[in-house]
Design a protein around this ligand. Structure first.
Ligand code: ATP
Ligand code: MG
Length: 395
């Protein structure tokens, strides 16, 4: 073994008391994601490194870049901590590269290593200048930045840094229940929630036959893309048709969306209790549509006491779209299929709904038993990033 993937923890390293828990969760998540590969993962309080087979490097890099809790990582040469061995490796590895200017940065965490960092910079710099023609030192803007980390047993030599996804490892927080539509915002909301360490179940409200199987498949695809960042996501599909039809039949047109969303929130509240979710997560963004004014949010939110986390609440649509592109959900989200919210759209939805009116309107039909039926008759699909769905009576 010559090279390893050297991983630096992100925000994680600021967690004092829970440090081991965070590191162990990250370790478990990485191990889980790399199950199909011949790897060995080593961990300590400051870093992890992965031994891998060269042929798998690209695939493993892809996986590592999506595991939350990793700030940066490097493809590093690993050598025994011995001056002559380090010198040999620095020279032979640098010889393979194309550069005119370079800078050496030695980090000596093993203080028993006899040469101080600054002195060692000069030793290694001199070595390169002597053995490679036409190169010079540039400490401000070098073509090649060479880092040498000297640690007790093994030392690392690397040139590039790769950005990890940051955040906290998934599983360091409890579970949130994500309202996942086929739109742009809710997958981004789910991604950001997982980035804070939450595990997620997702909930999709569908209104067959007013919505199609393609609309459902789109949500499944989005969920699979989100599952790239975690182990798996349970996707619960709620048959919302009967409730939606009752709203359509009985309630004032301008309050239909307000009431529909109050029903969704009520179901989310029940699902949180059923599946031990502690918060509701959704893709609402302040001011985006009539149901997302602050007045609407109050009237809708008042049916539950659970915290509702809205990761994109204060983002511009363009900012949300940027994240969607980065996590590869955008192209799927813009495929135009109808959603249950778009099927029964009032011409002039209430922008400033009144709680009293919403309650009076929804009391025109007996929704309690319908909510229970919706929850009892849901279908769950376990979504993983790569495997086939483990069980499904739907597809
Ligand atoms: P997105 O907001 O994801 O782009 P959207 O614009 O269709 O989708 P909105 O009408 O803005 O959705 O609804 C706000 C939020 O409510 C969504 O981000 C999502 O979290 C939730 N939501 C809306 N429709 C559904 C649905 N059919 N199933 C599950 N959640 C939904
Ligand atoms: Mg939206």
């Amino acid at each position: 073994m010559d090279r390893v993937i050297l991983i630096k923890y992100g925000e994680l390293s600021t967690k004092k008391a829970n440090r081991n828990f965070f590191i162990n969760t990250l370790y478990k998540n990485l191990k889980n994601k790399l199950l199909g590969y011949e790897v060995k993962i080593h961990k300590d309080r400051a870093r992890m490194y992965i031994e891998f087979l060269e042929k798998d490097l690209d695939s493993i890099k892809n996986i590592v870049s999506r595991v939350f809790g990793i700030h940066t990582y490097h493809i590093a040469y690993i050598v025994d901590t011995l001056d002559s061995i380090i010198q040999d490796k620095v020279l032979s590895s640098v010889k393979e590269l194309d550069f005119k200017t370079f800078k050496i940065e030695t980090k000596r965490s093993d203080k028993s290593f006899p040469i101080h960092s600054q002195d060692y910079n000069r030793v290694l710099g001199g070595l390169i200048l002597k053995n490679i023609d036409g190169v010079s030192v540039d400490v401000h803007n070098p073509d090649l930045w060479i880092t040498v980390e000297i640690r007790e047993k093994s030392s690392f030599i690397y040139f590039n840094s790769y950005k990890g996804s940051g955040g906290y490892p998934v599983g360091t927080q409890s579970k949130g229940m994500l309202m996942l539509s086929g739109g742009i915002d809710s997958p981004v909301a789910g991604y950001l929630a997982m980035k804070r360490g939450m595990t997620l179940d997702a909930v999709y409200f569908e209104a067959m036959p007013h919505t199609s199987i393609e609309a459902r498949n789109k949500v499944i695809t989005l969920c699979r893309k989100l599952a790239n960042y975690t182990d798996h996501i349970n996707l619960h599909i709620i048959n919302f048709t009967p409730i939606q039809e009752e709203i359509y039949k009985n309630c004032r047109e301008d309050y239909m969306i307000t009431i529909m969303r109050r029903m969704m929130y009520r179901i989310m509240d029940k699902l949180c209790k059923k599946y031990k979710g502690l918060v509701i997560v959704n893709g609402e963004s302040v001011g985006q549509v009539a149901s997302q004014t602050l007045t609407s949010m109050n009237v809708i939110n008042s049916v539950t006491n659970l915290p509702v986390i809205r990761p994109v609440a204060c983002f511009d649509k363009l900012e949300i779209m940027d994240i969607a592109r980065n996590i590869d959900t955008y192209e799927t989200s813009i495929i135009p299929y109808e959603d249950c919210c778009t099927v029964f759209v009032p011409k002039h939805p209430a922008i400033n709904p009144k709680l009293g009116i919403a309650i009076a309107e929804e009391n025109k039909f007996n929704y309690e038993s319908m909510l229970d039926t919706a929850v009892e008759s849901l279908n769950t699909i376990v979504i993983t990033s790569t495997e086939e769905n483990k069980f499904s009576d739907l597809l």
